[in-house]
Design a protein around this ligand. Structure first.
Ligand SMILES: Cc1ncc(C[n+]2csc(CCOP(=O)(O)OP(=O)(O)O)c2C)c(N)n1
Ligand SMILES: [Mg+2]
Length: 317
């Protein structure tokens, strides 16, 4: 990874973190529409993978979709406006946090049905293969989704047809309140790749340099016609499952241990030590991000509400 890429990735992770910290504050201090699931702690996965994607590549996301959407290149203003259900939101204010999408950057949608994005990415990958322009599709999904039937169907078909799809499982140890090992009899979800005859790789999802490196290999392989890869990123969510859920099923000590491996702090240290970047050089980036988030909120606040009749424009029949 070169210096410029490293700084870009740092800024992207920070944008996602600060965006969600602001959202947390907004949900506490004023009436906000809907609910939300925070990506806090998992930023290295979306950013490390999406760094290899072009605007015309595709991703599918989950109920925990803010990070994927921002990492794929959606504007902070449009995503924030969507959180406020405003007409300027990337779904015209009609999707909200759990259905956030931005087709203009290839973000096909945050899909609240667990596992449902997996076969959609397979379909997107099929379209990439038919068009023959070297595009790829990525599916982000959780450890819980890996035990849904859609996981098998989506990966099996992609493997048989050698589709350009990267299946990225974000194993954050919990599906809502259920610990991974209560519902999964093996250590690594990536081991399942062998039953589809595709490569499976286990990655430290808290370390963006590793995610970036392994995603690079998988994306290259897909673009060159080598077929899909199953990439499992071991990670952790720092906040509750959704909005204010207290995570009483997790030990405080477990949370503290994972927080020591915060992907953003780790990478910042890496920038200072390995890239010999001066702290002062990071300050303007950090200030820029704060400003961008404030501007996004101001933009969302002054944006108009959708016309109630607008919903008719978006019904498919
Ligand atoms: C098919 C389906 N079953 C159950 C739910 C309820 N539900 C929403 S999120 C969630 C947990 C998903 O866990 P995981 O896939 O690990 O993702 P994470 O929340 O950890 O990011 C559940 C059970 C759902 N939305 N869809
Ligand atoms: Mg999970």
């Amino acid at each position: 990874m070169d210096r410029e890429t490293a700084l870009t990735l740092y800024k992207k992770m920070l944008q996602i973190r600060k965006f969600e910290e602001m959202l947390y504050h907004l949900f506490l201090t004023r009436p906000m529409p809907g609910s939300m699931h925070q990506y806090n702690g998992q930023e290295a996965v979306a950013v490390g993978v999406c760094a290899h994607l072009n605007r015309d590549d595709y991703i599918t996301s989950t109920h925990r979709g803010h990070g994927h959407c921002i990492a794929k290149g959606a504007s902070l203003k449009a995503v924030m406006a969507e959180m406020f259900a405003k007409q300027t939101g990337c779904c015209r204010g009609m999707g909200g946090s759990m259905h956030i999408a931005d087709f203009s950057v290839g973000m096909l949608g945050a899909i609240a049905i667990v596992g449902a994005g997996i076969p959609i990415a397979t379909g997107a990958g099929w379209s990439c293969q038919l068009k023959g322009k070297g595009q790829v599709a990525v599916s982000f999904f959780g450890d819980g989704a890996a035990n849904e039937g859609a996981f098998h169907e989506g990966i099996n078909l992609a493997a048989v047809w050698k589709l350009p799809v990267i299946f990225v499982c974000e194993n954050n140890l919990y599906g809502f309140s259920t610990h991974y090992r209560r519902v999964t009899p093996i250590d690594n979800i990536a081991d399942r790749a062998s039953s589809y005859g595709i490569p499976g790789v286990v990655v430290d999802g808290m370390d963006i340099t590793t995610v970036y490196r392994e995603a690079g290999k998988a994306v290259k392989r897909a673009r060159e016609g080598g077929g899909p890869t199953l990439m499992e990123c071991k990670t952790y969510r720092f906040r509750g499952h959704s909005r204010f859920e207290k995570s009483s099923y997790r030990a405080q000590q477990e949370l503290e241990e994972w927080k020591k491996r915060d992907p953003i702090i780790q990478f910042k240290n890496h920038l200072l030590e390995s890239f010999k970047i001066d702290k002062q050089e990071l300050l303007p980036i950090e200030k820029d991000v704060e400003k961008e988030i404030e501007e996004a909120v101001a933009y969302a606040e002054r944006s108009p509400d959708p016309d109630p009749d607008d919903y008719k424009k978006y019904i498919y029949a």
